[in-house]
Design a binder for this molecule. Structure first.
Ligand code: AVJ
Length: 322
């Protein structure tokens, strides 16, 4: 399916039809498991998506602005690899009926983001000027996406665009499986993917423990959402945000920690929490440039180019399919 703008959504074939009860089911399953967990895809309801947009603008959260600057600074080189006749495909992971509004928001901002960026890329590539586009924009920024350029007609060569280091939410094995799937869907084309890098743990720690407490609110929103949508009665004051960088597994690990022995009702079921007990909520894996290239190669891609910022905080990889 090709959108009018030239940006189509690539839907993962493995995803099944969404159901209303998905969140409640996943919540009950996760909270009955040992250790307890809530899948990170449930962060992004309307509240959570707004909190995430705030995270992206935090002084400590370097990935978004670094990636945007890098995309802009590397636009000419990126455009050379993409070529003039590609069909740019935004890759989305999130779907779900309960998440419909959110999915729409996400889809829309992702599309605006990709559209704006690739219009800039192509305009620069062809020596034009992108009307109204003077620099990198935050995805939430609606200004600047009205460039008068249209993408060149598609020759059927597909280029995937997967920014934001969302790939980091997968464990490396899952990431390989996901990339192998994407490689199949993009056969004959390529993938432009943003990947957060291994770095000084202090920088990582600060990025997921911001002073304003927005990441804590984002994490706790899972419990607030459970109260709103899954008939739960979590007392948010009785849980705390805990995020750390695990340098051996090269990932941020995010948890909600129970401050006391307590029982919480979720959809009519009583769940016990011991003092200090953790609910795992997210992993955010970090890669070295070579480590990610090796992962991409093991998924069937040919790594062709990498762009990094001067501080080596973030990377953008151009991967080709065989
Ligand atoms: C959207 C998955 C890339 O891992 O940095 C931000 C989500 N979690 N702060 C990340 C997130 C806490 C983000 N990703």
């Amino acid at each position: 399916m090709r959108a009018h703008s030239g940006i189509a959504a690539l839907v993962q074939p493995r995803e099944t039809a969404p159901r209303e009860e998905d969140f409640t089911d996943a919540l009950l399953t996760g909270l009955r498991a040992t250790p307890k967990n809530i899948p990170c895809k449930y962060f992004y309801d309307v509240e959570g998506s707004l909190l995430f947009e705030k995270i992206c603008m935090l002084p400590e959260y370097y990935p978004t602005r670094t990636e945007l600057r890098l995309l802009h600074a590397s636009a000419h080189g990126i455009a050379q690899f993409i070529g003039p006749d590609a069909e740019i495909v935004g890759i989305r992971r999130r779907r779900g009926r309960k998440d419909k509004t959110v999915a729409r928001c996400h889809g829309k901002s992702a599309r605006l983001f990709a559209d704006g960026y690739f219009r800039t890329l192509f305009a620069e590539h062809r020596g034009g000027t992108a009307g109204g586009l003077s620099g990198p924009r935050h995805p939430a920024d609606r200004r600047g996406f009205h460039a008068r350029f249209s993408l060149p007609p598609s020759s059927g060569r597909r280029v995937g665009f997967f920014p934001g280091s969302t790939i980091g939410n997968f464990a490396p094995g899952e990431a390989r499986a996901f990339l192998a799937n994407v490689a199949r869907m993009l056969k004959g084309g390529g993938l432009l993917i943003g990947v957060d890098l291994v770095k000084d743990p202090q920088i990582l720690h600060a990025a997921y423990n911001d002073k304003a407490g927005i990441t804590a609110a984002f994490n706790k929103n899972l419990l607030a959402r459970a109260n709103r949508e899954a008939g739960a009665n979590f007392n948010l004051a009785h849980f705390s945000h805990y995020a750390l960088y695990n340098p051996l597994l090269r990932r941020i690990e995010m948890y909600l920690i129970s401050a006391c022995d307590q029982r919480v009702t979720v959809c009519g079921r009583s769940i016990a929490f011991a003092e200090g007990e953790a609910i795992h909520t997210e992993y955010s894996h970090k890669y070295t440039v070579d480590g990610f290239k090796a992962l991409a190669a093991s998924a069937g891609f040919i790594p062709r180019q990498v762009w990094c910022d001067a501080d080596r905080l973030f990377s953008i990889h151009w991967l080709e399919t065989k």
